[in-house]
Design a protein around this ligand. Structure first.
Ligand code: GRF
Length: 202
């Protein structure tokens, strides 16, 4: 079975690194076929280069429409025989041309226990709201922002003295565990989707 990942990033790429490490040390039986950033100079591109992975920038600027950009991304991913697309800090909304090209095969990682605190600054939202637990969610990507079926979550307790930064740092540790685990689950096909629920096979 083809287990080729395409990873989309916009920034430092620590979750990309977690996937690279999991592949390299054998926890994740997969290969990362390509890393694509929408921004030049994203730190994650250097991480990909260092690991010998093809890395390119496909800027979101200059396309006639948002759909044209999504079609371009889909074409780059398909050209490399990607079967699972992993968003890892990719700061763009994904639209129908990309979603339809990879049905139930685009995943995202988000630093809160969804449906709480979707969108940007999830850790700040959690601190300001005063919740006692936040965490990380890996979910399937649909057209609705941060709202697709949940693959797995890990909870992180808040401390009284937490700032958005200290909370983000503790959540990030859990992200790096959760993402390879969720990707493995998807690649192994050890689940079925029932409405909103991703149900693990026994
Ligand atoms: C992570 O917190 C991820 O959950 C969110 O964006 C951040 C990306 O961080 N979607 P990195 O680029 O993977 O270090």
């Amino acid at each position: 079975m083809n287990r080729r990942l395409g990873v989309l990033i916009s920034g430092r790429g620590s979750n990309l690194q977690a996937l690279i490490d999991a592949v390299e040390d054998g926890r994740l039986d997969a290969s990362i076929a390509v890393v694509i950033s929408n921004l030049e100079g994203a730190g994650g591109l250097s991480r990909a280069h260092a690991a010998g992975i093809e890395a390119l920038c496909v800027s979101h600027r200059g396309w006639p429409t948002r759909d044209d950009y999504d079609r371009a991304l889909a074409a780059e991913l398909k050209a490399r025989d990607v079967t699972l697309v992993c968003l890892a800090g990719f700061m763009r909304r994904i639209g129908p041309p990309l979603i339809d090209a990879f049905p139930d095969a685009i995943v995202n990682i988000h630093p809160s226990l969804l449906p709480a605190f979707p969108g940007v600054d999830a850790q700040r939202q959690a601190v300001e709201y005063g919740v006692k637990f936040s965490g990380v969610t890996v979910h399937l990507v649909t057209e609705d922002l941060d709202a697709g079926p949940i693959i797995l979550q890990r909870a992180v307790p808040l401390h009284d003295g937490d700032t958005p930064e200290t909370l983000a740092a503790r959540i990030l540790i859990e992200e790096h565990v959760a993402y390879p685990e969720a990707v493995k689950l998807m690649l192994d096909g050890g689940y079925r989707i029932d409405g909103r629920r991703v149900i693990r096979a026994r």
